[in-house]
Design a binder for this molecule. Structure first.
Ligand SMILES: Nc1nc2c(ncn2[C@@H]2O[C@H](COP(=O)(O)OP(=O)(O)OP(=O)(O)O)[C@@H](O)[C@H]2O)c(=O)[nH]1
Ligand SMILES: [Mg+2]
Length: 393
């Protein structure tokens, strides 16, 4: 059974239990895309070992402020929760602190949103200090307002007198949270400086840096291993890789490329999560080229969404489109798509170069290296010309 996060410490550990998924669909004309989003949520929740026993979707262009969904829907879910002994209700939408609190009180079971589910998976996969700190910071930022609200309501009801012991305890807990947040920020800052120093050092070696990015499970680590001879962990679980990995690849003509394997994206990524994992994204920003890995065997609509969102995320991070190469991985699972997938998704119109490969079966990896070298030359050329022009001037 899942327990909620309390007082800045995690108590959300075991997760055998029954869950219900819930979504407020605000686009009334959407008859397809929300299904992809729900499928993603389902996959994330199942990763935690929870059994999904029901799904509720309400369509309304404007959310309700009290519960996000309407009170009629809440009553329907409440009956279901009781009848099926549900432990947890998971919302696709991001809940405000007061919506979460109202829902927990009304439904009588725990309620979390997609953001908390993602953080929980990160937490289970995290093994290094920096990832753990970043996760804790993200969790505190999301849940501290909720906790404050919960405690303030509790003490307002139970201890109505000014400076009662309850109120004192409330203030001291709040101070504890704020102190913890400041401490984490300080440690992250120190690690950030260290990471920046290493990035500059790596840059100063002069090797072109190729960063492998993409949605979780796309096969980033498999490709990294195949290209560099490394043996980093690979698995179908989401977010197997949280902290970046680096390795050189020596080419026959004496050239050396430095490959970086990074944290995976998730659809509809919450901007706060991006901010919390800013340090991991630094590797993407500083790369000479970024490979955006997609699974060629995904349905076309999913591919279209992931492509659009992936490119948007990269450009938001600060990667210019001319530094992006789209790589369709897992070609062995859909070889018939290898020739046409780029055209099907309109990549020539977007001006994005693309290639289909299989990291697992090592198909077309030489073609990928050729494309990387060609793009590096094209990206470098204007820069070298500019340097030469300054020299002449
Ligand atoms: N059939 C096939 N499976 C692949 C290929 N590449 C990776 N996989 C499988 O896809 C799953 C995910 O692979 P990873 O390399 O861990 O993916 P990732 O992108 O690093 O995932 P995260 O680190 O979780 O973001 C594993 O089960 C791999 O065996 C491929 O080319 N073909
Ligand atoms: Mg990985």
């Amino acid at each position: 059974m899942i327990k909620s996060f309390v007082e800045g410490r995690r108590e959300w550990v075991e997760s055998e239990g029954r869950a219900v998924l819930c979504m407020l669909k605000t686009n009334v004309h959407d008859h397809v895309v929300y299904k992809i989003r729900m499928a993603e949520l389902r996959r994330l929740v199942e990763t935690l070992g929870l059994e999904i026993v029901g799904e509720f979707i309400q369509t309304r262009s404007q959310p309700y402020s009290k519960f996000l969904i309407g009170s009629g829907k809440v009553a329907e879910i409440k009956r279901f929760v009781k009848a099926k002994h549900v432990d947890l209700v998971v919302f696709y939408n991001i809940l405000t602190s007061s919506q979460k609190l109202n829902l927990i009180r009304e439904l009588g079971c725990d309620v979390v949103d997609r953001y908390e589910i993602t953080l929980e998976i990160f937490d289970r996969m995290a093994s290094d200090n920096l990832s753990k700190l970043q996760i804790e910071a993200a969790r505190l930022e999301k849940l501290a307002p909720y906790f404050k609200l919960e405690v303030s309501l509790k003490f307002r009801n139970e201890h109505p007198f000014f400076r009662s012991m309850g109120e004192y305890a409330y203030h001291s807990r709040l101070r504890e949270i704020t102190r913890r947040q400041a401490k984490i920020r300080e440690r992250i800052e120190a690690l950030k400086r260290e990471k920046q120093r290493r990035i500059y050092k790596r840059k100063s070696l002069g090797y072109p840096i190729i960063c492998i990015s993409g949605f979780y499970n796309a096969g980033k680590t498999s490709l990294f291993n195949a290209l560099t001879g490394e043996d980093k962990p690979v698995s179908p679980k989401p977010f197997t890789t949280l902290s970046s990995k680096y390795q050189r690849r020596y080419l026959e003509d004496g050239k050396t490329l430095l490959f970086i394997d990074t944290i995976g994206f998730v659809l509809d990524l919450d901007p706060r999560l991006i901010k919390s994992f800013e340090l991991n994204l630094e590797d993407i920003r500083c790369a000479d080229l970024v490979l955006l890995l997609l699974e060629i065997n995904d349905p076309l609509l999913t591919l279209r969404m992931k492509l659009r969102e992936g490119v948007r995320l990269l450009t938001d991070i600060g990667v210019s489109p001319d530094r992006i190469i789209i790589v369709f991985n897992k070609l062995d699972l859909a070889p018939e798509r290898g020739e046409s997938i780029g055209d099907d998704l309109g990549l020539p119109l977007l001006g994005l170069p693309w290639i289909a490969v299989s990291a697992k079966e090592r198909i077309n990896l030489d073609g990928l290296l050729q494309l990387i070298l060609q793009r590096l030359e094209e990206v470098e050329k204007p820069r070298l010309e500019a340097v030469a022009a300054v020299g002449e001037g």
